[in-house]
Design a protein around this ligand. Structure first.
Ligand SMILES: *Cc1c(COP(=O)(O)O)cnc(C)c1O
Length: 355
């Protein structure tokens, strides 16, 4: 840290992204990436013509992509905000909507406390219940802006649409941000509720369910006035925060063929998740029933840190969090059926070696 850094930032603890190792080839189940490539239409959309057009700035309004997303989700273009990953949108939301503090769970996406810290926002931490489910009643009682990952990470547990609605309607004077990064793996989206409630902002991303984590594309759906607030921040920081290639890829991911492709691959992933859950449970692991593209796994005879290190030694990366309450668990992204078969086989060996 230099002596020039703003005092406001000197104690900031940054978010730690999952590892992207380059030393050797791992089975990479640590950052919840989609195990399949983007749809064929996406791959052909990012072509030489698009490259040549890179000399021109992209459309700062992203009009075409917004129109396609609006059509896909049954809302108006004015209800859609697009940005450089949903992290960007969460960042803007903390900046924009949290004067009265932010309420989020103790165990949830690790970026929320970082944003809160960055903007000096008071955090009201609402502990998950003993079974690691969200304490919906407490979220109804708080008077802070609510930020809820649904399904939650790293647990994979979701709350029902009725519970989301209960939180949103409990206090119309604060914004409720529902982070639906994992909703395409069996969860219920709250997008339809955005027509009824002016205080609901739903964030989604192309990173987890469309195989485009590397493109950095997220979007939010909500009342036009909320979207305008986000646009205000975007145009006050970086109007061109989505590049041409990403915009083209985002549009191509919504063609009829792409929709079919993604629906099929997402269904495949859910089937892999459910069979991996069954296989690990049969080995004596505790697996939280997940509606996301990862599972949260605890093995009674092996500590969380040990399992993580053992798997790494065997060429498999999974994610371990040191937080006391979840230190016995590892979050394991769902890969291809072959990758998951290898994982199950290695975990079986690790358990066997303890006996
Ligand atoms: C991965 C993740 C994000 C970030 O997604 P990007 O669009 O890649 O920035 C946001 N929220 C949750 C809960 C996530 O797991």
């Amino acid at each position: 840290m230099s002596r020039f850094l703003s005092k406001k930032l000197s104690s900031l603890e940054a978010y730690t992204p999952g590892e992207q190792p380059r030393d050797k080839k791992y089975i990479k189940l640590n950052t919840n990436e989609f195990p399949y490539p983007p749809a064929p239409d996406v791959i052909s959309a990012v072509n030489a013509d698009e490259m040549r057009a890179l000399r021109l700035y992209p459309d700062p309004t992203g009009a075409e992509l917004k129109a396609r997303l609006a059509e896909f989700y049954g809302v108006g273009s004015e209800n859609v905000f697009i940005s450089n990953g949903s992290d960007d949108i969460l960042n803007f939301s903390f900046m924009a909507f949290c004067d009265g503090g932010a309420a989020y769970a103790d165990i949830t996406y690790g970026f929320y406390p970082v944003f809160a810290e960055l903007y000096g926002i008071n955090s009201k931490i609402i502990p998950l219940k003993d079974d690691l489910s969200l304490d919906v009643d407490e979220f109804c009682r708080t008077d802070s802006t609510c930020v809820i990952a649904n399904p939650n990470a790293p647990t994979g547990l979701a709350i029902s649409l009725a519970d989301v609605e209960r939180i949103v309607s409990a206090n119309e004077n604060r914004v409720v941000v529902v982070d639906e990064a994992y909703v395409d793996f069996g969860g219920e989206s709250a997008v339809a509720l955005t027509k009824k409630y002016k205080n609901l902002l739903v964030c989604q991303t192309y990173s987890k369910s469309r195989g485009m984590a590397g493109a950095r594309l997220g979007f939010a759906i909500g009342d036009a006035a909320l979207i305008a607030d986000l646009e205000l921040i975007k145009y006050s920081t970086n109007p061109y925060n989505l590049d041409r290639l990403t915009l083209a890829a985002g549009v191509a991911a919504l063609t009829d063929d792409s929709r079919r492709y993604y629906a099929e691959k997402q269904a495949e992933l859910m089937a892999t998740r459910d069979s991996a859950t069954a296989a690990l449970t049969a080995l004596g692991a505790e697996v939280i029933p997940s509606l996301a593209n990862f599972i949260f796994v605890k093995i009674p005879s092996v500590s969380g840190a040990e399992l993580n290190a053992e798997l790494r030694r065997r060429g498999i990366l999974v994610r371990h969090f040191k937080t006391e309450r979840i230190k016995d668990y590892n979050r394991i992204s769902i890969g291809t059926p072959e990758e998951m078969a290898t994982l199950v086989c290695e975990i079986e060996k690790i358990i066997g070696e303890r006996k």
